[in-house]
Design a protein around this ligand. Structure first.
Ligand SMILES: Cc1cc2nc3c(=O)[nH]c(=O)nc-3n(C[C@H](O)[C@H](O)[C@H](O)COP(=O)(O)O)c2cc1C
Length: 240
């Protein structure tokens, strides 16, 4: 799985099988954290691997963290605030996201957890004073069927569109991504209508904005004709 696939595939998993995480997978995940960048290479992190049921129960006090009881592994990400007062949180978060993506590529599910009582965790895990608890990470094999909450949240928590979250050169200066998309749409429309034998208008014009027909790639082959063009289900365009 390449990195972008892992980024796309990942979603928060809140229901886990009791199957333990194999040691070699866990080590690979931790190695991904170890290799993360950090400000001035200070590496102000420390990760506590929690597998004992009683301890996990202690970490799972918040109503938004109940699934920590089930997850066979919880990684507690701590940051040394004295070593890197400005960046410890960022550094720990980067390392943990490296772990998340590696876990995804290893077939494991994860969920970030920010709902915790820091003092309780410090006490339970005997964390020294200069370390802050940055976040917790649940990890294990997903119990897909039972993860309804996760599935629903993932569906309703769609991401903001790109044009809403980026600016060009200065804040608020909107790149014309919408226009571009429309251009693709227009190009696709033009090609569809100029590709000869089938002049039928698509059933749903909106599909041009969403499917591969929106992209010039749909037509990139030099031999591409409407006959060759395929829709998402692999049907010839002419027949769809
Ligand atoms: C810093 C951070 C803290 C989070 N804390 C919690 C949490 O306490 N409980 C929980 O169920 N999900 C938590 N999440 C998961 C988010 O709710 C989730 O990432 C978001 O809804 C997007 O859904 P997705 O991860 O499935 O794409 C947290 C995520 C992040 C990045």
């Amino acid at each position: 799985m390449d990195v972008f696939e892992a980024v796309q595939k990942r979603r928060s998993i809140r229901a886990y099988q009791p199957t333990p995480v194999p040691k070699e997978k866990l080590l690979r995940v931790l190695e991904a954290g170890r290799l993360a960048p950090s400000a001035s290479n200070i590496q102000p992190w420390h990760f506590i691997i929690v597998t004992e049921a009683e301890k996990r129960q202690n970490l799972a006090q918040s109503p938004f963290a109940r699934f920590l009881k089930e997850a066979p592994v919880v990684i507690v990400g701590c940051g040394d605030q004295k070593a890197s007062p400005k960046w410890f949180m960022v550094d720990v978060a980067i390392a943990m996201q490296n772990m998340v993506l590696t876990a995804t590529s290893e077939g494991l599910g994860t969920c970030w957890v920010g709902s915790f009582d820091e003092n309780q965790i410090r006490e339970t895990l005997k964390i020294p004073e200069n370390y802050r608890v940055v976040a917790l990470l649940a990890m294990g094999y997903p119990k897909e069927k039972f993860d309804m909450q996760g599935k629903i949240l993932h569906l309703i928590r769609r991401r903001k569109p790109l044009e809403k979250i980026i600016s060009l050169e200065e804040f608020g200066n909107k790149p014309k991504t919408r226009q571009k998309r429309n251009n693709h749409r227009q190009q696709a429309d033009k090609k569809v209508y100029s590709y000869g034998h089938n002049h039928r208008k698509p059933n749903n014009i909106e599909q041009y904005g969403r499917s591969e027909f929106a992209s010039p790639n749909a037509y990139k082959s030099s031999s591409c004709s409407q006959k060759d063009a395929k829709d998402k289900r692999g049907r010839n365009f002419a027949s769809c």
